[in-house]
Design a protein around this ligand. Structure first.
Ligand SMILES: [Zn+2]
Length: 107
């Protein structure tokens, strides 16, 4: 399995998220449309910085899992995520058969 392309995209996204966090801390406005983690589509009353920090944690977790060879496991059913699903969103947490997590990015 070619995991390098996912690693690259995770790192790219991590860079974007870190830049967003830095800008928020500097008092700038950051558009989060592209940065919402899965399950965080709505504003939901959570402030942008909290969302970005949570997303950063999630990306770091995924990178650690990738390095450990435990990447691509669905948090819902423990089954393997398909390459197509990972190509779409490399940090996806659940397979298409599992309901998405309503409470946020955490299972
Ligand atoms: Zn699943």
């Amino acid at each position: 399995m070619d995991t390098q392309r996912w690693r690259r995209r995770l790192l790219d996204k991590l860079g974007e998220v870190c830049a967003g966090i830095a800008r928020l801390k500097a008092g700038e406005t950051v558009v989060l449309a592209d940065m919402a983690a899965p399950g965080q589509a709505g504003e939901g009353g959570v402030d942008p910085l909290t969302r970005l920090l949570a997303f950063k944690d999630l990306l770091n977790e995924r990178l650690a899992a990738l390095a450990a060879g435990e990447f691509g496991v669905c948090e819902g059913c423990g089954g393997g995520l398909s390459e197509a699903e990972l190509d779409q969103i490399p940090w996806v947490a659940r397979c298409s058969a599992c309901p998405s997590d309503p409470g946020g990015i955490r299972a």
